[in-house]
Design a protein around this ligand. Structure first.
Ligand code: DTR
Length: 338
């Protein structure tokens, strides 16, 4: 009898322990490369809060902004090998690795982050390109269209001659074609490069004027409407496979929603950031003439053909991907409510 009681007590203790473990849930690490207040990290915190709420604490997310777990360039590898469970990558930082989804980085005149982010998500769902086969994609979004922020005024295209500007991806080629000197580096290295004078400005979306305080050093802004930068939030496949089905479903449902949330957040934040920069540092904003915009377009048109050639080498149907992207862009542009 005594033995039975001991056994029962042990079984009860084990049940309690198992229940407590289940209640405590799983914790996943989520790495991000730029500082906490920039938009890739703002969206990360929003996603974390939604996931923890919707799974009732079954899944907890521990976030690592500012390159504290993985940096911009080792993010992809770090997630593939499980150094972090989840990571946020900027696709143009990995030239040649994402031939299909880098179509979003082409000069096709996106004017809204919301439109570009939803277009990217839908395009990914349709093609499920092999370039993401060894990770689980949780969401995708883009930055806002890119503009020039510089220490010296760029009032007209000819002011670009020889000017060292930090950029990444397709924008580097466009800058070269316009006579500027593009210097490739991730956003996280840009503050130091600007401080040290290695570059005289940068090409990115205007959110960084406020979030990195670049308005202080780059008092001149030129509206160029250059391409958006596509991002993906990826997860280690083994960690994904180990999640309960209900949790997987919740995360899958969040994919498009998160793309939309991020697009809307950034579209609004761009306006706030520019207004703040004007008030705080009296930054000057220059616009180019129609003829200059036409010149940018003409000089960057070769990029589409280069992308097509690269996509074809990867056995992708480049024409179909490009025309689907343009059709999605037009659809979301027409549907203002998204
Ligand atoms: N323009 C891209 C992406 C980008 C825009 N804002 C931020 C903030 C933090 C990191 C990246 C970005 C770029 O320049 O990398």
């Amino acid at each position: 009898m005594k033995r039975l009681t001991t056994l029962l007590a042990a079984a009860a203790a084990l049940t309690c322990l198992l229940a407590a473990t289940a209640l405590a849930g799983t914790t996943l690490t989520y790495a991000n490369f730029p500082p906490a207040k920039t938009f890739p990290c703002i969206q990360m915190e929003h996603w974390k809060a939604e996931v923890e709420k919707r799974t009732g604490g079954e899944l907890n997310i521990q976030t690592f902004p500012g390159g504290t777990l993985l940096g911009a360039k080792n993010m992809l590898r770090g997630v593939q090998t499980g150094q972090a469970d989840i990571g946020c990558i900027s696709l143009p930082y990995y030239p040649g690795v994402f031939p299909a989804m880098s179509v979003l980085n082409l000069p096709v005149a996106f004017t809204s982050t919301t439109v570009a982010s939803l277009t990217m998500w839908d395009l990914f769902q349709k093609y499920q390109p092999a370039e993401f086969a060894d990770v689980k994609v949780l969401t995708m979004f883009t930055s806002a269209p890119s503009n020039i922020m510089s220490k010296t005024p760029v009032k007209q295209l000819s002011d670009l001659s020889g000017l060292e500007l930090r950029a990444s991806g397709s924008i580097l080629n466009i800058l070269g074609a316009l006579g500027a000197q593009g210097v490739g580096m991730p956003m996280s290295q840009t503050p130091e490069a600007l401080q040290k004078g290695v570059v005289k400005g940068l090409v990115s979306s205007f959110d960084v004027l406020k979030d990195f305080n670049f308005a202080e050093i780059c008092r001149y802004e030129t509206i160029t409407n250059l391409p958006v930068y596509p991002f993906a939030v990826i997860m280690n496949t083994a960690r994904w496979d180990a999640l309960p089905d209900a949790v997987k479903k919740t995360l899958d449902e969040l994919g498009r929603e998160q793309a939309l949330w991020t697009g809307r957040y950034l579209d609004k934040h761009i306006d706030d950031s520019l207004a703040w920069s004007k008030e705080q540092y009296q930054v000057e904003v220059f616009t180019l003439t129609e003829a200059e915009h036409a010149e940018i377009k003409a000089k960057s048109s070769g990029l589409v053909d280069e992308w097509k050639a690269e996509a074809a080498k990867a056995n992708l149907d480049a024409e179909a991907i490009l025309s689907d992207m343009l059709a999605l862009k037009a659809k979301y542009e027409a549907d203002s409510g998204n």
